[in-house]
Design a protein around this ligand. Sequence first.
Ligand code: ADP
Ligand code: MG
Length: 707
Amino acid sequence: MDPKKKTPAEMLATPVQFLKGAGPQRAELLERIGLHTAADVLFFFPRSYQDLTDRREINQLEEGKLQSVLGTVEEIDLRATSAGGSILGVLVRCDTGHIRAIWFNQPIMRERFSFGQRVMLSGKPKYEGLVWQMAHPLVETLDKDEEAPAGELLPVYPLTEGLRQWDIRKIVRGAMESCVDLLDEVFPAEYLQAHDLWPLRRALPEVHFPADHESLAGARRRLIYQELFILQLALAAKRCQQRDQSRAPLLEATAQIDARIRRLFPFDLTAGQRQAIAEIAADMGRSVPMNRLLQGDVGSGKTVVAVYAMLAAVACGYQAVLMAPTEVLARQHALTLDRLLVASKVRHEQLTGGLTAKKRSGVLARIAAGEVDVVVGTQAIIQEDVRFAKLGLVVIDEQHKFGVRQRAVLKQAGPDPHYLVMTATPIPRTVTMTLFGDLDVSTLRDGPPGRQKVHTYLTEEAKRAKWWDFFREKLREGRQGFVVTPLVEEVQRSEVEEAEESDAAAVASLNETYESLANGELEAFRLGLIHGRMSSDEKDTVMDEFRSGEIQVLVCTSVVEVGVDVPNATLMTIESGQRFGLAQLHQLRGRVSRGAFGGFCCVFADPATDEARERLKAFVGTTDGFELAETDFKLRGPGELFGTKQHGLPPFRIADLSRDTTVLEEARRDAQTLVTADPGLTQPQHARLRRQMLTRYGQALELGDVG
Ligand code: ADP
Ligand code: MG
């Protein structure tokens, strides 16, 4: 192929198969990890770097410092230990002596070595008797004819099986040589200068093959900034678009309406609730649809705020819907409304999966005819076929996964309803600024007055008897309690109901726990059992009996996790605590912090990993949900709960919200400044930014033709 005939765009679109060092076989592997063109390869960023900056001969090694040595594999020795583990020892001969690399319990590493193979080891060496040793070093294997890496910081790419670091480095290097000068700079030159950003053509080669730590930092800064900046631009554009296009009903809570609603509440609102209500009322009084997140720790009183908003909508002649993640919670909300609305004319109905077909079609007909003011249900149902006569407000309770997409599903013909989303899992600030960049946030910091703390204990098996003594004593005093066992893959799951449905094994182990308690430690008390595989009616019956006190102890899976509100319940036993995520543990503890009595939460756990230990330590260390959310975020990274994918956005290539906080703040500020100056990004020097924004986020954010 004659490169002269190709335009830069065509060059960048060259299929990987034709890249230097690739070929059809490797191309297939590259395709598998999402690399289709030369441009994809250029923007395929290293996961980490192997630090070879300090290269030593054996006779120059120092203990405890990160250093690298180059040599040949002479002996490989894999043996079992008496404790059932394994030790792999690899002896490497270097110019001036030997070094032994060892791995504990990683027999698979054996496959990476063969006799006579050239390797580079990086790690912290230790002098053990007669020979130097490195535990769990990083290994770079070299081909016979391959030069020892000249670069000091070697890129390590996230690869698939069959593709070696060495292969991909060669391919990246080749693509870089032929293509990097064809890349367009998205930022105007003055912009780069003013914001201390490297040009793309300088940053890109450096991020793959950095000269040193300093230039790596410069290159990364530029690329992270760009990624976050483009997203911030897209979010700003989305906001503008919503302001311009959407028409929501004006639901104004007049002084009269306000007084009428407040009279229904049996208590004074907290300062936080008053503030949140004021923010919500202001939003609902505008024709731009409200898009507000109400976050507040477990038990902080979010429901009342939601009820206020719904009644305000109803008072203005519109319908409101309250969606909960589980039937148990939907039912509880329905009961709360029953209580609050006894003296009111507001008509409310429940719409959950448990209804018979006949009842269901009756409810649907009344909703469509406008004969129901407030609908309480689970999300699954609302997303199907419900037609509202005049929907003004949608409240989504206990939702951690409300993405851009999900909210779009609820859009329907006619005016756009206002949205209020509630969560007890506080969202780290970096995330609200990005993935939820189009949401406004209200926060309930403090719960209602008179709440007692929950005492939390992390306990070993040996102390079990003592806990049950205490548990029984409190039950005799009239309190109630929970015993929670995990689902099989508790930590990974977030959709409680879904997980419950599919988990027969968990039910079996739950039954076992129930039997052993009912015939043992808690034999003298009235026990109930609840899990997600029971029918709605069965669940309702059990929950009602628990609420009334007929059942004293509820043995359950995390079906009680969210929202369940029984103030007399003060005892929480969590089995296999290591299997729960931090947010879940905190939610569970929240079940026993809701009344005037102090709560007690005891976690039995057998943590096998450092992460699990950290998690449990953080959990007993504080009852502040906001603090725990930040810890969780740091421990797990943004991947799981707040991953871009779950929100319908393409994943970040290089930015990381749990780490790049400073750059994020900067990019956000700068994007806002730019959009204020040039709202549609129509100025010619912003054309490239605009194009990149649309390419990357146009579809996910439904940006359409901005400007
Ligand atoms: P969450 O924020 O976890 O959803 P809830 O809305 O369920 O919390 O409220 C927890 C408990 O606090 C409920 O029993 C509710 O009736 C009570 N509550 C809410 N607001 C107040 C208040 N201002 N004063 C006293 N109790 C309140
Ligand atoms: Mg709640």
